[in-house]
Design a protein around this ligand. Structure first.
Ligand SMILES: Nc1ncnc2c1ncn2[C@@H]1O[C@H](COP(=O)(O)OP(=O)(O)O)[C@@H](O)[C@H]1O
Ligand SMILES: N[C@@H](CCC(=O)OP(=O)(O)O)C(=O)O
Length: 376
């Protein structure tokens, strides 16, 4: 697609040269057509990861496949639809998956450590930092962290939903230099490749390159969850936060983790955010909303100013000082997220009023510019 040869080589060069890498592999790449764990394919991914570690890389492997690996032992013909059976299958399958990874990495004398995360671990700032410390120590010890969502306890409300998103969040959390998404498809296409006639896309320089792309669901036999749409969302999330992304086929793992000359490369589209600002913009869950008038939207998004009470026209009523809130425009479109400095109960008296008309204790900003991230 767009992007000249120079740009092309720069993204791939960065992926190829990355010291710290998050690699994500999907369920459909780790399971046989019959639904069992495909150890030959798992070994091939492990070989590529171990080889990169041997060259001095620090790798984090985000692996799906717990539910898929639990199907055969439980004599389930297909992925269950209800959450309780999915969780039971994940409980059985995660153990099989962890065992398979430990055995496979053992062939390379590599120790692996299992990290099971729930959305809460990134949503709450203290948990986020705790997870960061754990990864840091595992990597310092030369261990390959094998990460999955903690499916057995994650309920619908608190799920990451898909491991592509989890991998993008993990990539920022560990300060990765690049993110590699391995799937059962060799690249991004402008339409579902199973339909025929779809064109392969090798480079994505920015959002405009995705305008014509139709990202569909995964296989009909449905072991993967998000299909290409969740991969694209994850690639955009990571690349907008300064992390280059490569999407490639799991069967080309050696080249994806070697010269990075396969698949689709997503160039970075934004600066690397600090851990706090990334968390604020992408990981934290908001507990309330502040509605802004047009002037305040402009001040906050264009001039990067703090939000003052004068520019607020309405609020929801259940948040406390220190909570993360969404800042929305008159049409309820989210324009920014930030940490609010007041309880919801305090604001009705203040909103719409200029700071100089307020008592001294209420003259501080409602959301300080340092605690505010603009949403594009
Ligand atoms: N535009 C597209 N480009 C590439 N693949 C697509 C596209 N739209 C849909 N797909 C399908 O998405 C699938 C990958 O998603 P999924 O099965 O969820 O993978 P994983 O298990 O690796 O997460 C591919 O098998 C492919 O057929
Ligand atoms: N955590 C789930 C996988 C969720 C998921 O995103 O799967 P996939 O689309 O195959 O990457 C599991 O291990 O079964």
């Amino acid at each position: 697609m767009s992007g000249g040869a120079e740009e092309r080589s720069e993204t791939r060069r960065r992926v190829g040269a990355a010291r710290r890498l998050v690699v994500k592999v999907g369920s459909s790449s780790l399971t046989t057509a019959a639904g069992g764990l495909d150890t030959a394919r798992l070994d091939a991914v492990v070989d590529a990861v171990a080889e990169r570690c041997a060259r001095g890389g620090q790798l984090v492997l985000v692996s799906s496949g717990a539910i898929a690996a639990g199907l055969a032992p439980l004599a389930l013909a297909r992925r269950p639809k209800d959450l309780a059976t999915q969780q039971a299958a994940a409980g059985v399958g995660q153990l099989a998956l962890a065992h398979a990874y430990a055995t496979s990495f053992g062939r390379h004398q590599r120790v692996v450590g299992q990290v099971l995360l729930t959305a809460d671990d990134v949503v709450r700032r203290s948990h986020y930092r705790n997870a960061q410390r754990t990864f840091e120590r595992l990597l310092a010890l030369g261990v390959v962290p094998v990460v999955n969502e903690n499916d057995t306890v994650a309920t619908d409300e608190i799920r990451f939903g898909d491991n592509d998103r989890l991998a993008a969040l993990a990539a920022h959390l560990v300060g990765a230099d690049a993110l590699v998404l391995l799937s059962d498809v060799d690249a991004l296409y402008d339409g579902d490749p199973r339909r025929g006639g779809a064109r392969r896309i090798t480079e994505v320089a920015g959002a405009a390159d995705l305008n014509e792309v139709r990202a569909g669901a995964g296989r009909v036999d449905g072991l993967g969850t998000g299909g290409m749409a969740s991969k694209l969302a994850a690639a955009r999330l990571a690349s907008s936060a300064g992390i280059p992304v490569l999407l490639a086929g799991a069967d080309a793992a050696v080249r994806a983790l070697g010269p990075a000359d396969v698949g689709t490369a997503f160039a970075v589209t934004g600066p690397r955010l600090s851990a706090r600002r990334f968390w604020l913009g992408h990981a934290a869950s908001a507990t309330g909303r502040l509605r802004l008038d047009d002037g305040a939207v402009e001040a906050v998004t264009q001039r990067r100013r703090s939000l003052l009470a004068a520019g607020i026209t309405g609020t929801t009523d259940e948040f406390h000082a220190g909570d993360v809130v969404e800042l929305v425009d008159a049409t309820e479109r989210v324009v920014a997220r930030g940490v609010v400095a007041y309880d919801a109960a305090e604001l009705p008296e203040l909103i719409g009023r200029s700071s100089r008309d307020l008592p001294a204790e209420f003259r501080r900003e409602v959301v300080h510019a340092d605690d505010l991230v603009v949403v594009h």
